[in-house]
Design a protein around this ligand. Structure first.
Ligand code: ZN
Ligand code: ZN
Length: 360
């Protein structure tokens, strides 16, 4: 990962530097993507404790070797019972105000941890601190962008194959399976999310699950897929037609494409998520289809397929250089189908770099 700022010390320090302001002495990191981002540890179980002088990764015996290799900036503590390991780590840090991620801890987990920390001498207590690591993750560094570019390249290639493989009689599910196998063949760890293939009336549902529906001549076919590479996701949607496109398809497709290109041409750092959304929504609404575009224009993509920022009518986000976001307007007509076109873009000071290269 050339130019990469590796997970570890620097990122952990950046998270730690925000704690005083949030009223916490240490931060517990339960979220899997946050844990990986800060420490480099990719295992499925583990909790980080980050303080001014303490960086601890509590995990179980399945992962201690892997954790020591992947997270050299952290002291790995093996605990058969994570709650006990965590309580010991908190006690050793001397923290009284223990920040935790409310969006990543279950209510039952919170109650148990709260009770256990209260038994310490002196007792410690939990302080909810929301989105600390997510806010660090929203701006991608050069190394992260390189990985996303590679994941996008795989998705582009898979989408080119989709264009060749779509023909009347092929079922949605058969095509989805073939596309996911192609991703792996091209070096992806796997799909970043369940591949969507939605044909005909099914394409009127933005997140249809592929079924046994055979693609029919003239139907719109929405294909939405992404590859996962080194934990990072890509995300692309193209809409095809099996055989000849009719008048209706061409009209809807051209309108969605116009909206999509308008957004890509207009988005830049400093713009609000709402203003970015409006760039795609306004031309669709002006053509009388505002009610048929029922989702946001875009979402951030990184270690998770949906992360900040949001490009939508309700977004409170402001776009900044280094964010990676999708641009994906769509029009859905019940009974007929739909059209969605999605690229990933890298936000820059004066515009965007469109990462996705697949034909549209
Ligand atoms: Zn998508
Ligand atoms: Zn998307």
């Amino acid at each position: 990962m050339s130019g990469a700022e590796p997970a570890g010390e620097t990122r952990a320090e950046r998270a730690q530097s925000q704690l005083a302001e949030l009223g916490a002495d240490v931060l517990l990191v339960h979220g899997a993507a946050n844990r990986r981002y800060l420490s480099g540890f990719t295992g499925s179980a583990g909790i980080l404790l980050i303080g001014a002088e303490h960086r601890v990764l509590v995990t179980d015996f399945r992962y201690t070797v892997q954790a020591s290799e992947q997270a050299p900036a952290f002291s790995v503590v093996e605990a058969a019972e994570p709650l006990e390991g965590l309580a010991d780590a908190v006690a050793a840090s001397g923290a009284l105000r223990v920040g935790f991620e409310p969006e990543h801890v279950t209510h039952a987990g919170f109650l148990k941890l709260e009770a256990r920390l209260a038994e310490l001498t002196p007792p410690a207590w939990l302080v909810p601190v929301e989105g600390v690591v997510e806010q660090l993750r929203v701006i991608k560094d050069a190394g992260e962008v390189d990985v996303v570019r590679d994941a996008v390249r795989i998705a582009d290639e898979v989408m080119a194959r989709a264009a060749a493989w779509i023909e009347p009689g092929v079922t949605e599910r058969a095509l989805a399976n073939r596309l996911e196998a192609a991703m792996r063949d091209l070096g992806a760890e796997g799909p970043a999310f369940d591949t969507i293939v939605a044909a005909g009336p099914n394409a009127a549902m933005a997140h249809h699950q592929p079924g046994n529906h055979p693609i029919a001549e003239g139907e719109p076919v929405i294909v939405d897929l992404g590859a996962r590479l080194q934990g990072y996701c890509s995300d692309i949607t193209r809409t095809f037609v099996a055989g000849a496109a009719d008048e209706q398809f061409r009209r809807i497709y051209d309108l969605v494409l116009e909206a999509q290109l308008a957004a890509e041409a207009g988005i830049h750092a400093g713009m609000s998520g709402r203003a970015a959304d409006a760039l795609a929504r306004d031309p669709i609404a002006a053509a009388g289809h505002g009610g048929d575009f029922g989702h946001g224009t875009g979402h951030g993509v990184g270690l998770e397929i949906h992360e900040s920022p949001r490009l939508s009518t309700r977004s409170d986000d402001t776009l900044a250089t280094g964010m990676v976001t999708s641009v994906e307007p769509g029009i859905y007509l019940p009974g007929w189908g739909g059209v969605r076109i999605e690229d990933l873009v890298l936000v820059q000071d004066d515009g965007v770099e469109v990462l996705t290269q697949a034909a549209k």
